[in-house]
Ligand binder design. Structure first.
Ligand code: GLV
Length: 319
């Protein structure tokens, strides 16, 4: 029997699954586990099931000890994990791809609709108690049909977002490390372009790439300036892919028409410049937040953990 430390609350089914074979120490506090408590608890763990709010770095791996075999993130993004540090120590790191693809694409498309149809502004207006009435020119937004969606990062979530956009009559361009399977590209009517072209031709730019040194501030002042002044930026990937200060300034100066953000550069803090603006929709990192999806993510993290602890290849290793 191995010792599994779960760093935050996850759906019970996953805990039960882990408990059938191992001793499980799951943090149950209403708040995130503090760093000191986390470092103390991981000592002697064979497996750590981590949430994206926890930094899994050399300090933590050392605090756990040399018996640690697997770090199973309950997230598809794993920028909170120092993967090379895991690899150096022979620790397997895993994530949860696939199971949150549709949920995240739904939120990306939701933000596209919220931003382009000014739904956030409308909602805030009604709640403010200020007077309003139907008017020919009242809160006019932008139609999606016939417009171009530029997808940065055409993995599973990018493709699922493209599929939704196609149903809304949008044309798709994408930028990605690799070319799409030609059958999928044809089905989506998606054309691969470089980032510069994507930024200049898109009416909506949606980010779906992983975060890392190569994508830090991928969208900064220069990229925002290259976008159409009628265009929208949507981010459901990771906050630091966008230079938030530059975005606040581009939105304030009407260099672009609007934005929809599910993720933030210094979560949970949001750049104060964004909070003042009407032309940005802000939601609190809800990409995978459905009961079904969170359960599937936790179950996949449990499967990853159980596999490594049984000397098998886990379903979703990242190293
Ligand atoms: C959520 O942000 C995830 O990476 O799963």
């Amino acid at each position: 029997m191995s010792r599994v430390v779960v760093t935050g609350r996850v759906p019970e089914a996953a805990i039960e699954k882990l408990r059938t074979e191992h001793e499980v120490d799951a943090w149950q506090g209403p708040e995130s586990i503090g760093r000191e408590e986390l470092l103390r608890r991981v000592a002697g763990a064979d497996a750590v099931v981590s949430l994206l709010t926890e930094r899994i770095d050399s300090e933590l791996l050392d605090a756990a000890g040399p018996q640690l075999r697997v770090v199973a993130n309950v997230a598809v993004g794993y920028d909170n994990i120092d993967v090379p540090a895991c690899t150096e120590r022979g620790i397997v790191a895993t994530n949860t791809p696939g199971v949150l693809t549709d949920a995240t694409a739904d939120i990306a498309f939701g933000l596209i609709l919220l931003a382009t149809r000014r739904l956030g502004e409308g909602e805030r207006l009604i709640r403010s108690g200020r007077p309003w009435k139907w008017g020919m020119f009242f809160l006019l937004g932008t139609s999606l049909s016939g417009k171009t969606l530029g997808i940065v990062g055409m993995g599973g979530i990018g493709q699922a977002t493209a599929r939704r956009a196609k149903a809304f009559g949008m044309d798709i361009v994408y930028q990605s490390r690799s070319e799409l399977d030609p059958r999928i590209a044809e089905e989506l009517g998606a054309r691969r372009v470089d980032l510069d072209e994507l930024l200049t031709v898109s009416d909506v730019v949606s980010l779906h790439c992983p975060y890392g040194p190569a994508t830090h501030h991928l969208i900064g002042a220069g990229q925002l300036a290259a976008m159409k002044d009628s265009a929208y930026l949507i981010n459901t990937a990771r906050g630091p892919i966008v230079d938030e200060a530059a975005l606040a300034s581009a939105l304030r100066e009407a260099q672009i028409a609007g934005a929809g953000l599910d993720v933030f550069e210094n979560e949970p803090r949001v750049h104060p410049g964004l909070l003042e603006l009407e032309n940005v929709v802000l939601v609190p990192h809800l990409g995978s937040a459905t009961v079904e999806t969170r359960t599937a993510m936790a179950m996949l993290a449990a499967d990853n953990t159980l596999a490594v602890l049984s000397d098998e290849r886990p379903p979703a290793p990242v190293n």
